[in-house]
Design a protein around this ligand. Structure first.
Ligand code: APR
Ligand code: PHB
Length: 392
């Protein structure tokens, strides 16, 4: 088999890259380890920054998002015993958000790939990027019981945090930065009407978040100890813990119902630099992980894909390697900006088991400052909304 760009991983990063390359006349093959059903069953993030919404619309992926998604203007913050405040990104920056599930984006991406009869090989196992530092890289894999070889010009590693791509880069050429947080998020999805705003709560019992996917689909989270098990959390226990963490008036407006998904995820920040080794380029979770606070993960995957598709298209269009040479540095500037924002929001909003009274007072002072200062709100609005893409 032969193609221009071999894409490892068919998550949102891999499928979007394939779509955007196709629209710029560049051929690709996607190799995904799992089945399509498995990939489509994953429940993940769901708040899209304006830049992400624009990219999806510009690439023919906006129709269902615009019909079913929930547009909103910012985030609400509440904390124990105080009034809440709204960080209005539309007012400060003219930027909006869309609540629309990654699961739905993944469906839209598969549908678009089917329409153009894209080569997306699912259940491709033993995927191995080879000779990535040479100018003739290739990928070995197994598909339908047959050993295959895919020759290509470039390889895009879009295979998530546990993928094979990053691991093929020699440790001497890769620097990793990591921070683990001492808690996880227990999340549920329920067919109930959401609160009107995406609302982050800092409470003595721990952090809680009210979010949404559509007008009748809610997503809620509570901070839990890392060793908590999903079996310990009945729906009843979840709802009573969630509502205990919101002010009574807000809690009274939370509609409860059976969970249709329930999972616990640990929180961590991770960045690998550079995002390129020879002809291998990393995109999305393969290169970086953020804690979910601030909903940056999927948006970063989209910005990596935006930069990489633009850079690869320039190579095939006019032979210019300028943008692929600056891909890693450009992508990492936006990555670190979002890594910092999600770390800041994680620190601001969670109860750390090791926090001293001093830490607690400092956190409350920060929340008070945000409440009272238009400058602080404008700064947070800018970070929450996400930085604009850099020009080519
Ligand atoms: N070979 C082929 N495919 C692989 C391999 C491998 N060795 N390892 C992993 N994969 C596949 C996974 O099955 C998955 O479908 O790569 C895909 C990676 O997808 P994601 O983990 O979703 O990562 P990404 O596409 O970068 O999406 C960005 O945003 O909301 C966040 O973390 C969330 O998944 C989300 C991410
Ligand atoms: C979500 O809706 O899943 C969500 C929203 C906001 C976040 C994180 C996750 O900060």
């Amino acid at each position: 088999m032969k193609t221009s760009v071999a894409i490892i991983g068919g998550g949102p990063a891999g499928l979007l890259l394939s779509e955007m390359l196709h629209r710029q006349g560049v051929d690709s093959v996607v190799l995904e380890a799992r089945s399509r059903d498995y990939v489509l069953a994953r429940i993940r993030a769901g708040v899209l920054e304006q830049t992400t919404v624009d990219v999806l619309r510009e690439n023919g992926l906006g129709e269902r998002m615009d019909a079913q998604g929930h547009p909103h203007d910012g985030m609400r913050i509440v904390w124990a015993g105080r009034s809440s405040y709204f960080i209005n990104c539309y007012e400060h920056l003219g930027k909006r958000f869309m609540a629309y599930g990654q699961t739905q984006i993944q469906e839209d991406l598969f549908a678009a790939a089917d329409r153009r009869q894209a080569r997306v090989l699912t259940e491709a196992t033993d995927v191995r990027p080879m000779d990535v530092a040479s100018d003739k890289p290739y990928v070995l894999f197994r598909h339908n019981g047959v050993d295959e070889r895919l020759d290509c010009d470039y390889i895009a590693g879009c295979d998530g945090f546990h993928g094979v791509s990053r691991k093929t880069i020699p440790p001497t050429h890769l620097q990793e930065f990591e921070k683990a947080y001492p808690f996880g998020w227990l999340g549920i999805l329920s067919r109930t009407a959401p609160l009107p705003d995406v609302t982050y709560a800092n409470h003595p019992r721990g952090f809680a978040l009210a979010s949404m996917r559509s007008s009748n689909l809610s997503r809620y989270y509570v901070q839990v100890p890392l060793d908590d098990k999903i079996e310990d959390w009945s729906d009843d226990r979840f709802w009573s813990e969630l509502t205990a963490r919101f002010p009574p008036k807000m809690a009274a407006r939370i509609q409860t119902g059976p969970s249709i998904e329930k999972s616990i995820a640990p929180l961590r920040s991770f960045v690998a630099e550079p995002m390129r080794h020879g002809r291998l380029f990393l995109c999305g979770d393969a290169a970086h992980i953020v804690p979910p606070t601030g909903a940056k993960g999927l948006n970063l995957a989209v910005s990596d894909v935006f930069y990489l598709s633009r850079a690869l298209a320039a190579v095939y269009r006019d032979g210019s390697e300028r943008l692929i040479d600056s891909y890693s540095a450009m992508a990492l500037r936006r990555v670190w900006s979002s890594v910092r924002t999600s770390w800041y929001l994680t620190n601001l909003l969670h109860r750390f088991p090791t926090a001293t009274e001093f830490d607690q007072r400092a956190q409350e002072a920060e929340l008070d400052y945000l409440n009272g200062s238009a400058h602080a709100q404008a700064s947070l609005a800018e970070q929450y909304a996400g930085m604009p893409f850099e020009p080519a």
